[in-house]
Design a protein around this ligand. Sequence first.
Ligand code: FRU
Length: 510
Amino acid sequence: MQKIFISLAVLASMGQNTFGQANLSNAKPEQYRPQFHFTPKAHWMNDPNGMVYFKGTYHLFFQYHPTGTTWGPMHWGHTTSKDMVHWQEQPIALYPDSLGMIFSGSAVVDRDNTSGFGKNGQTPLVAIFTHHNARLEKEKTGKFQYQSLAYSLDEGKTWTKYAGNPVLPNPGITDFRDPKVRWYEPRKKWIMTLATKDHITFYSSPNLKRWTKESEFGNNVGAHGGVWECPDLFPLDYNGRKAWVLLVSINPGGPNGGSATQYFVGDFDGSQFKPFSTETKWMDYGTDNYAGVTFSNTGTRTVLIGWMSNWQYAEKVPTNTWRSATTVPRELGLKEVNNQLLLTSTPVKELDELNGKTTTLNNVTVKGQYDLTAKIGSKAESFKLTLSAPAANDFSIVLANEQNNELVIGYDKAHNAFFINRTKSGKIDFEKGFGKRHSAPRLTTDSQISLTLLVDAASVELFADGGLTVMTDIFFPDKAMTKLFIKSATGVSIKDLKFTPLTPSVLAGL
Ligand code: FRU
């Protein structure tokens, strides 16, 4: 299903639900509330926005509808963290104004005060975002999205919109949005990577206010099953060299349906992006990692957070007071496989703060079914599981409960593929495409498969082969999944199995 942007007036007439936060304070822990993923206290969230690290604090802004649990007039919600793990929700940062709603965008530390927003030596944080004007949209001018600025001089607490907005008017492209800006040191200028319908347009600027078009990329390259959105462009090191990665989210057209993020690896010279290969590659083969972008100002680290949902069903998922969580933060890297540079994603090391006591089992022989439940205690609701297994055998990891719900994560040797099967995972009938089996190719030929699984109340994140193949899927069991099995019909010997409960003391966002 293609998402349709509806105007403020239409939403008001629909009488959106509101859930006062007071309701929440007396509430029982909510069934699908994640323990270690960020969720807003209440209401609707989609894309991560404006991710920036500044003076010891990670700022995560997000597309937010503060009076409803479906998509609506977009604001920038705000949450902060010292470690990307424990989040503290903050007051809304940006409200819609006469130029429109506040769509996705980025934030930068303007260290040299190129924008001139800094006063008396202060370093401004500058947000670059899309204004979406519902009135102009109705007039069918095609020019209803344009780029604007806001700045903060108090470390992200309060924001002032620039009086000269918009800074990049619409040239007549209906989908003209989601600016991701970074400083390009060799040419001492800012580069904006912008989604422009079915391709990317790069712009440059000396001061964030005056933008010049540099080049376009992607008209005839990559996946085009849907509109291009939320791009990101960043360099990554590998073996002492540097390559540039361009992320492009598309909706729909993902490898397992709905929204997903493709990537290209190549060169960027401050003006043009040239891919090394034009083959379509996916950052995550699950259906629930969309619109992910990276933090600015994290030095040599490149850390991504995505929206853990999919436009195909995001507005229908069975949570009551809030909708959507973010993925765990993921460190990005490059790995050379068969002469190709591929993107890897792995959970950031900060997540280890959540580790409870690890149970280690060596050389577990599984023929049929191996019940891990007794070894790990009855509560398998939020945990990390790592193991290694020979690629010569099929095997699966099964989360289950007394209600006969099952979520199956596994490796299918015949297809050399990983999979997550949520066809029997509990509530699936809120949308006809939800209860499916998703698969992802294995990209290495190593004889041993290494897996890391992060499981929370309603999500699983699979990192295989050092993060070369990644799958993120959400699920909604009738009751918590408290049982854990490993299965293999042909038989398999599992090495180095480690089960680590992740402490539920972290009610992220609560
Ligand atoms: C991606 C997206 C962006 C847009 C925002 C609106 O999920 O469609 O392209 O800026 O959501 O909320």
